[in-house]
Design a protein around this ligand. Structure first.
Ligand code: HEC
Ligand code: HEC
Length: 618
């Protein structure tokens, strides 16, 4: 169990509450390019090639497959191109801000001209509004009263265009006066804040209005990701196999593990943008497997991974290189030390600590928190695979092709320095050897430098973790076999390559890789069990009077519960969810105040309600 209650409810009832779970509506191409410019422009070093393609090629998350430059005026285009050519970040900010604001004003003018005509003003207003989206959250964060006034103006614009009626009925004349007034509210603000003869230089690129920026007022702009980002949970729900469950244990009796499970799903352990965006360990390491959809333009080269040490999540530890890493599966992690694609870290505990502090700018975790996370993570098992036995040899369930492939896998090749595939991917050791090699999958970091060596990855359950290699550069297992054959001159013919692929597919298989919900087994029930398991750790935290971890638990679980209850379509379940969130909060409030008697009283109330609901549900 490892998904938060709220993210599971989201699967059942698609709603727009959490930053993590909503899919963004597509962006107007220019607005998409602008938001990419702000995001990429704040990375260090500045990725100029990506900035250029933001404007010259269609970008992910954009509503139309056209380049942004194809939709700007010639002057705007020339200014943007010049800024890109001279690699002048401030000039690019100015030129692109001008292009967006110019576009808004032009489309508003066009709307006014079209008032009362057969084509109508609506399409033009819609484009202006789609462009305005590029600035909207900057205004909302920095200038709340203006944001409110402008929000009202868009409503007035849309409602004062009149109506051509239906078959001559219900004709309504446009209200030109109301329209003109609303239009100038918007265009005046845009002109004064975004269409300037001279901009003040910005060290951080943001959509904050110039008047606010110049005033020097500190603005808390919420962390945002550029269009085309996908940090929501993937649709498929990987099956989680936990060691203690196989042993017949219940997680609720393993408080350390249950608490680690909660932390694995908590953005609270991170700092900075990761916390604000609701990113957790399970955002990438989905139920011990990988989230193959995870993607952030500028940080990910392809779905399923990213550059984990970039400036975005923790500017303090930016390594200043753009190195995409494919997220590794964590199944069977207790067998697969050392850690990191390059095998740099023998200690799982230290690796986890560094993820929290170094990569995602979190506070130093307490020893208890690290113990809990490591205890939980060490429970992740491989999916069972009846095609191999305990020694990693194929069983009778494997195909003949796989069996022929097994022979090849154990054959020494000159091109592999007289090793076999099995020398490194040792079948009796979960198809890995714990060592690192430079097998030629990476370029040296600089000409003449030493290329990075990578750890031999396990081949168990590898069928579910495409793409392959540390950087995800090979899309399929067949392409990995082809890569070895051609780069290592193995001299395999097509049949042999197919056999070797069949072998890896047999070894890499797993039973029921994705969770299916049937009968009383529902997403809702799973989420319910998860929540109550997280909460059960209070049985340990309360007697220990551990206010810090109680606060973290409540901060992780209660707000999302309540937020999601507000949007649940299952009306009948709402009051229960609200009540649970409220009781949990009361535990948190009492424990923060040091009132342990009250905290315990609330916790007992929670357990009584839980027992009643459990009874009703099962
Ligand atoms: C944004 C995606 C992302 C998030 C969030 C994330 N990871 Fe990772 N994780 C990765 C990537 C990519 C790698 C490979 C990194 C490397 O080799 O340095 C990785 C590697 C690891 C490894 C090493 C696995 C191995 O077999 O070598 C562990 C352990 C791990 N992460 C644990 C965690 C924990 C615990 C958290 C939460 C505290 C977390 N990760 C959050 C993407 C993520
Ligand atoms: C010298 C040790 C070594 C030998 C021999 C070797 N491999 Fe690997 N293998 C590795 C390493 C190291 C990687 C990871 C490279 C990377 O991440 O860029 C890897 C990656 C892979 C992967 C991708 C796994 C994933 O999850 O991305 C597959 C599949 C694979 N090897 C199959 C084979 C086959 C088939 C052979 C024989 C033709 C073979 N290997 C021979 C060390 C070896």
């Amino acid at each position: 169990m490892k998904h938060l209650f709220f993210s599971l409810i989201l699967c059942l009832f698609p709603i727009a509450v959490n930053a993590t779970a909503i899919e963004q509506a597509p962006w107007e191409p220019r607005a998409a390019a602008y938001r990419l410019t702000l995001f990429l422009g704040n990375l260090n070093p500045t990725p100029w090639d990506k900035l250029e393609s933001s404007w010259t090629a269609p970008v992910p998350g954009s509503a139309l497959p056209v380049s942004a430059l194809s939709r700007v005026t010639e002057v705007e285009s020339a200014d943007i191109r010049e800024a890109l050519r001279t690699k002048d970040r401030q000039a690019l900010f100015e030129a692109s801000t001008t292009a967006i604001s110019g576009g808004i004003l032009r489309h508003l003018d066009a709307a006014e001209t079209a008032l009362g005509t057969s084509s109508g003003a609506e399409p033009e207003i819609a484009i202006a509004e789609a462009l305005f989206r590029a600035f909207e959250d900057g205004i909302a964060a920095a200038d709340a009263s203006a944001a409110k006034e402008i929000g009202r103006a868009w409503l007035v614009l849309n409602s004062s265009v009149g109506s051509a009626g239906l078959l001559g009925n219900g004709i309504e004349d446009p209200n030109t006066i109301a329209f003109a007034e609303a239009k100038s509210t918007i265009s005046d603000y845009v002109e004064q804040n975004y269409l300037l003869a001279e901009f003040t230089p910005r060290s951080k690129l943001t959509p904050i209005p110039e008047s606010i920026f110049v005033s020097g007022v500190q603005v808390d702009l919420p962390a945002t990701l550029p269009p085309g980002s996908d940090i929501a949970d993937q649709r498929e729900f990987p099956r989680l196999v936990l060691q203690f469950e196989e042993a017949g244990e219940d997680e609720a009796n393993l408080p350390l593990v249950a608490y680690g499970d909660m932390l694995f799903d908590s953005p609270e352990i991170f700092g900075g943008p990761a916390q604000e965006l609701g990113i957790t360990c399970s955002t990438c390491h989905n139920r011990s497997d990988v989230n193959r959809d995870f993607f952030i333009p500028g940080l990910s080269h392809r779905p399923g991974g990213m550059d984990v040490d970039s400036a975005f999540f923790n500017p303090m530890f930016n390594d200043r290189t753009d190195d995409h890493l494919d997220t590794p599966s964590m199944r069977g992690i207790r067998f697969t030390a050392p850690y990191g694609r390059d095998g740099r870290e023998p200690s799982l505990r230290r690796f986890v600590r560094n993820v929290i502090v170094t990569e995602f700018a979190g506070k130093e975790p307490t020893p208890f928190q690290l113990d809990a996370m490591v205890a939980y993570i060490r429970q992740f098992d491989f999916l069972p695979n009846p095609k191999i036995d305990r020694a990693g040899l194929l069983t009778d369930l494997a195909s003949d092709a796989a069996k022929r492939g097994e022979v090849l896998f154990n054959t020494k090749f000159a091109g592999l320095d007289d090793k076999s595939c099995a020398s490194c991917h040792t079948p009796s050791r979960h198809f890995r050897d714990g060592k690192t090699y430079d097998i030629g999958t990476a370029e040296p970091p600089f000409p003449g430098g030493t290329p990075t060596a990578f750890e031999t990855p396990t081949l168990r359950n590898v069928n579910f973790t495409a793409p392959y290699m540390h950087d995800g550069s090979l899309p399929t297992l067949a392409s990995v076999v082809d890569w070895f054959d051609s780069t290592k001159n193995l001299g395999l013919n097509a049949d042999q390559r197919a056999d070797l692929t069949a072998y890896i597919l047999a070894v890499g298989d797993g039973e029921e890789p994705y969770q299916h919900f049937e009968g009383t087994d529902s997403v809702f029930r799973l989420s319910w069990e998860e929540l109550t398991t997280f909460a059960s750790t209070l049985d340990t935290l309360l007697p220990a009077q551990d206010a810090e971890n109680i606060a973290l638990l409540v901060a992780t679980v209660a707000p999302d519960l309540a937020a999601d209850a507000s949007a649940m379509t299952n009306q009948a379940a709402k009051p229960d969810v609200y009540e649970f969130a409220a009781i949990l909060r009361a535990v948190g409030v009492a424990s923060a105040a040091g009132d342990w008697h009250e905290a315990n009283r609330q916790w007992n109330a929670f357990k009584i309600r839980q027992a009643e609901i459990d009874e009703r549900m099962f």
